[in-house]
Design a binder for this molecule. Sequence first.
Ligand code: 6GU
Length: 229
Amino acid sequence: MRIDVVSIFPTIFDALEVSLLGKARQSGLLDVRVHDLRDYTHDRHRTVDDTPYGGGAGMVMKPAPWGEALDDVTRDAAASPVIVFPSPAGERFTQKIARELSTEDHLVFGCGRYEGIDERVFDYAADLGRVRLLSLGDYVLNGGEVAVMAMVEAIGRLIPGVVGNPESLVEESHEDGLLEYPSFTKPASWRGRDVPPVLLSGNHGAVATWRREQQLERTRERRPDLLAD
Ligand code: 6GU
């Protein structure tokens, strides 16, 4: 999969070089290209923002650098990419969306800063690919970079071969609409706290039943909204 990221803070994405995703990049499963939005400006100060029409607080990202950046990263693309703009005003990013995006050949992420991007950029981007505005949750970050890091990790680990043991992708939170069951390792007793005896019983059926009950109980307690769905 090819991933292009456009940002005014490209070095934030240096962190993608470590761990699992770093290996995926080295092995060629992931081709991540990070672009500095300021490289698509033509003035001495490399200006990417301006005051909002109609007034109001803060600055808005100018459309021109975005137009050139999006033209550039979609130019030699084989097929229509999905163009993601992280935004607290977007649709909620979920495991289901991560799964959908993990099957694409080409993703483009446009990281907004300041009060947002000139609205015409989203409309223009729709001529170049399938646009999605995605939010991590109901809180506000200063910009899209940290959100894109999270999305790239959630999507990247679902690409076949990126996670060594595909079974570890099945039994985790949100894959079956429930939270994950609790895990334990040795020792069987630690600081007066014992591992649930059923896990030491060797009875695989009993273990599976207990884990399912734990999933339901935790989901009921912590995320009742998931059970309602
Ligand atoms: Cl995707 N972007 C920003 N700036 N803030 C957020 C977000 C995204 N998701 C939650 N808060």
